[in-house]
Design a protein around this ligand. Structure first.
Ligand code: SAH
Ligand code: SF4
Length: 356
């Protein structure tokens, strides 16, 4: 059965027309789902009961069933492990920091990219998520926040999976969330993170979306990057930076580079220098986060001193860099990876080795 959230507005309209419904029904259903955040067909009270029943019979309104719920001890991070109808599992996280309410969502069950330090990469690829399965993660948190009189402020596509490997569904989800008739979530408050699939960066640039782009860099020499991120063998740094520069030129937008700092690996002055050379003149920002240790990777998070030195080496060369804090560590937030909600930009925050 298809998820109701897989339908674009036009598809919903076509479906309802095929059921001989008057034209205005599509907007009623759409607004219930995405504005009023109805979680079940019974809650779509603006339409006749028989239509509710038909929708319930033919579409899935809840593809995600919650298996595990975990909250960090400071109460600021909440993570859900969901089972999909075919029993594959995905994670989604909600992080609260100051006035921000950020959800981090998944685009695939598992990931095919095999980055050595990544818990999801270590799982291997299971399957792509549909647009509806991506959107529903956001809706789950949006409904809860609404219930608490609060609302979502940011969406980061940094959960399990490589969004540019599931490009169509990811962008369909962005469009659904963007739609001013419904969820009306501004593209500028959405960030998509990619491991660096060059053709997809070009496609993304050509679409001139307002969505923010983050590129997981983690190393500034091909030798080290290929060790950490096997996809670098297919798309090495030169073509990657070519695409990133074309993106920046076409969109006039600043790119974020992600860098998980690993003790003795990518935290060296040489790597900082190489990064500064690659990024020279490019409107960009480097997000440094301490590595979150995972089961199959022996690397450790860099120390606070090394992180500060790395940041200083970049600053010297004019590359802005923020050291992020890991949040919700005690619930292993972010697929063993990405509790990287922003610290105050520019403010240096302590990095501890993993307390677990
Ligand atoms: N596949 C996309 C998005 C999901 S991963 C990508 O790779 O960009 C989100 C971010 O978490 C990426 O920057 C990724 O490199 C980082 N990450 C993965 N495992 C990590 C770990 N163990 N510690 C810190 N960051 C990690
Ligand atoms: Fe996939 Fe991103 Fe993890 Fe790499 S870091 S394995 S691309 S989820």
């Amino acid at each position: 059965m298809r998820s109701i959230y897989d339908l674009s507005f036009n598809q919903l309209e076509a479906q309802l027309a095929a059921w001989d419904q008057p034209r205005y029904r599509a907007l009623q259903v759409w607004q219930s789902l995405y504005h009023d955040l109805a979680a079940a067909p019974e809650a779509i009270t603006t339409i006749p009961t028989r239509l509710r029943q038909r929708l319930a019979a033919e579409y899935r309104f809840a593809s995600l069933s919650r298996l595990v719920e975990a909250a960090s001890s400071d109460g600021q991070t909440r993570k859900y492990l969901f089972a999909l109808p075919d029993q594959h599992q995905i994670e989604a996280v909600l992080m609260g920091y100051a006035r921000r309410r950020t959800t981090c969502i998944s685009t695939q069950a598992g990931c095919a990219m095999g980055c050595v330090f990544c818990a999801t990469g270590q799982m291997g690829f299971r399957r792509h998520l549909s647009a509806g399965e991506i959107v529903e993660q956001v809706l789950v948190f949006a409904r809860e926040l609404k219930h608490a009189g609060d609302r979502l402020t940011n969406i980061v596509v940094m959960g399990m999976g490589e969004p540019f490997h599931n490009y169509e569904a990811t962008m369909a989800a962005v469009d659904l969330l963007n739609d001013p008739r419904g969820f009306n979530f501004g593209a500028r408050r959405i960030t998509i993170s990619t491991v660096g699939l060059v053709p997809m960066i070009d496609r993304f640039a050509a679409e001139k979306r307002q969505v923010n782009l983050a590129v997981s860099l983690h190393a500034a020499t091909d030798e080290l990057r290929s060790e950490l991120l096997p996809i670098n063998k297919k798309y090495p740094l030169a073509p990657l930076f070519g695409a990133v520069r074309r993106y920046a030129g076409a969109t006039r937008r600043r790119v974020t580079f992600e860098w998980a700092l690993i003790q003795g690996q990518n935290d060296t002055p040489q790597q900082a220098r190489a990064l500064a050379t690659l990024a020279a003149g490019l409107p960009c920002h480097v997000n440094v986060i301490p590595l979150n240790p995972t089961r199959d990777y022996t690397g450790q998070a860099a120390t606070r001193e090394r992180a500060a030195a790395f940041q200083a080496a970049l600053a010297e060369r004019g590359i802005p860099c923020t050291i992020r804090v890991r949040r919700g560590l005690d619930i292993n937030a972010g697929c063993g990876q990405l509790a990287t909600e922003a610290s105050h930009p520019g403010k240096r925050l302590p990095i501890r080795n993993d307390p677990r």
